[in-house]
Design a protein around this ligand. Sequence first.
Ligand code: ASP
Length: 443
Amino acid sequence: MSKVVKFGGSSLADAKQFKKVADIIRADSERVYVVPSAPGKRFSDDTKVTDLLYQCYERTLTGEDFAKAFQPVRERFDGIIAELGLSLSLEEEYVKIGTDFRNGANRDYAASRGEYLNGIILADYLGYKFVDAAKGIFFDNKGNFDSDITNACLGAILEKTPKAVIPGFYGAMPDGSIKTFSRGGSDFTGSVVAKAAGASLYENWTDVSGFLVADPRIVDKPEGIEVITYSELRELSYMGAGVLHEDAIFPVRSANIPINIKNTNAPDDAGTLIVPSAKNAPAKYLITGIAGKKDFSVISIEKDRMNSEKGFMRRMLQVLENHGIFPEHMPTGIDTVSVVVNSHELDGQREKLAQRLKEVARPDHFEIIDGLALIAVVGRGMKSAKGTATRVFAALSHADINIRMIDQGSSELNIIVGIDEKDFEKAIRVIYDMFILSEQGEK
Ligand code: ASP
């Protein structure tokens, strides 16, 4: 059985971190495919190598000499090589990158060199084979990730390569040029490699010990999440819980491979295990996580006998679509509909949109209300338990927080409440206390 291990930028920021990474890999002989990010920040106001590369690219565009613009990148890599005591030299690679720049290589190519060069160093240090992601990870002509071709090609390469380092973040277009995924995309590469290798586990090593039940900036020392399902994670990530790239779950999810989020700086912590289904994962608490976001607006429309007017909703949604607005939630009453949208989507078109909606809907009352926060209370345990919603509402009402919108997903996996932005932090705290602190007391 093989495991794919992906290490984020902070896990590979300098030689000291490289040593920790090598110890982790050597501690388990199943850790055979390694996906590195580019070196990240060593201290809080340091610059990630990927950002240095974007800067280098911009500087050469404005006419600066490549060698000079590339110097900060070179220093980072040469420093790591020297401190690790490797006899490796990247000189030829630097020359080739310079030539490619002069021949008009694109911005993605520039950014991808962070993972590429870091992969070469890590492969040398571990004694693993280096496999360039451009040889096995592919995009189609439209620039979309091509899962079928990638799976076939990368799968064939890995079958012949028992131990390999495959750099994260990029792949190749059909014409051979380099394209990157969006920022943080090495998480996605790790997932793609795990699927192609038919791995038993995808370990994603970072600088935190997994997901927490709530944001630690809001709740004091929140509990960690030990096990979460893919569906729960989707709901929480959508509402702002970071750690893993949004798209990273899709390749492994389709292959039923679990992901384990682990901490390079505390490797003995269990981290969070993300599993395909809840079957073998009894929930520790009734809820798994709480996440939320501010900056929503409600477009509120009231009209007598709205429900008997055929095509009313369709016309309204068409207006929103024409303005490029995506409705997040749409609670309706008999004579009312409220559309919850991201406030920033209204920027620059608020008046025009209001006018158009009024023309189409001819409402009795129309209003756009800003300052709404949404909170998602997510948990696979709530499907089989009664009274989850009651407890959420009770917690909020005891704290004197007015609920302005309620939405329960049809999968009974989450309850979403809309509240005033000023109550956001307090609401998260009281929901946490209601479900986690009180249940801790019972355990
Ligand atoms: N190095 C890239 C970034 O900084 C990709 C990654 O780290 O996943 O976004």
